[in-house]
Design a protein around this ligand. Sequence first.
Ligand code: ACO
Length: 425
Amino acid sequence: MTDSGDRLVSRDGHSVPLARRNSVLGADALELTAVPPATGAYSYDPGYASTASCTSRITYVDGEKGVLMYRGYAADDLARHSNFTEVSWLLLNGELPSHAELQSFSEELAGLRACAPEVLEAIAAMPAGAHPMSAMTVALSVMPAVYPECANPGDADHRRRFSHRAIANVATVAAAAYRNTIGETAIAPRHDLDYAANLLYMMFGEEPNPVAARALDTLLVLHADHEQNCSTSTVRMAGSSGVNPFSALAAGCIALWGPAHGGANEAVIKMLEEIGTSKNIGEYVARAKDPGDSFRLMGFGHRVYKNFDPRATIIRGICHEVLQELKTGKGRLFTLARQLEEIALSDNYFKDRRLYPNVDFYSGIIYRALGLPATMFTPMFAIGRTVGWTAHWCEMHSDPESRIGRPRQLYLGPTARSYTPVEKR
Ligand code: ACO
């Protein structure tokens, strides 16, 4: 326990001072480095729910108030008024770009869109049934071999080149991964289209409807960063060993793919399809509440947001606009999702546990209206989050306090025992 002077008093009365690190917003952090040598005990925090693993100046989340800010700017303000390229600059550099900076950054990213042929060959070598997230991970794993000018984490110029290359190439890689799943070759990027419009062009080979491109751009902005989430922490953890940054991104991609994280958008659509009609909602809500059933309402709940996820509110609005504009006839799932949300939010199980729709509850419905198959939903998330991953990787490598990530454990295995030869067992 700690007293008001931030000291930890151990069971044997040993008192350890805990240095308090003040935050700019939100909770401070108590430094625990002095605790184990003084008390012989580690802190135990499964899932790191109460642990600040690093200092960061990039993104702020207040889960109680539903606040999400990138470099101090509200994400919903950016989603409405900015665009993905400008937000990428902001997350990487800490300030909004001047007009000239934005123009030169946009041109540089457009010039970097084409991938090295070896990267596209690796994607084309994937079996047709491979999930595009697998192909993206493979493509990122090839990049250390073809982009040696980005390899040195200790060199600021390498870090800048890596981040720009990664942001530009990840869309090309995702589009090529999609084309491979339908047995088609990659389409070369266009330099005259903006980021999201070019992404849709590389997938479908036609200039997209501007409403579709704008909706995708907004989704990319809203997925761009979310402080120390599972995949970003994975990028930091892998990157802390000094591994090539593209390999750290590959690790992040793998972490993102799981259904408890970025794989949820795909899982939501599968769940809605399975529910089928409103008369089945009750049965699925009952299953989600049953402790004996592993089924969860996908797209519901968040480790940090406990009142609402601000991204979900914006995305629900875009969803409505896109379905109206594109008239794709995909409104059935949106109606079902709204009904499911309403029923769950009036249910004490969800109310008591403060479970609300998260960023991915509605995003899949938009992706689907844009013509994307469910397997491409998580790659879209990965494209947006690449900006956050690179910004965090760069921040970590410019932080003199950063060390290799190496948590400890609470050991519960056998105590020392002697080996018995197999014939005597
Ligand atoms: N459906 C039903 N019950 C749920 C759900 C859900 N979606 N989410 C949490 N719960 C319940 C848990 O069973 C637990 O109940 P209990 O107290 O009776 O045991 C309680 O709510 C707390 O849940 P935890 O798993 O402890 O919460 P945690 O913070 O560890 O997990 C997570 C958060 C992974 C997001 C979880 O809510 C979940 O699995 N949601 C569904 C998957 C999903 O949508 N993931 C995307 C998250 S957003 C993102 O990563 C982009």
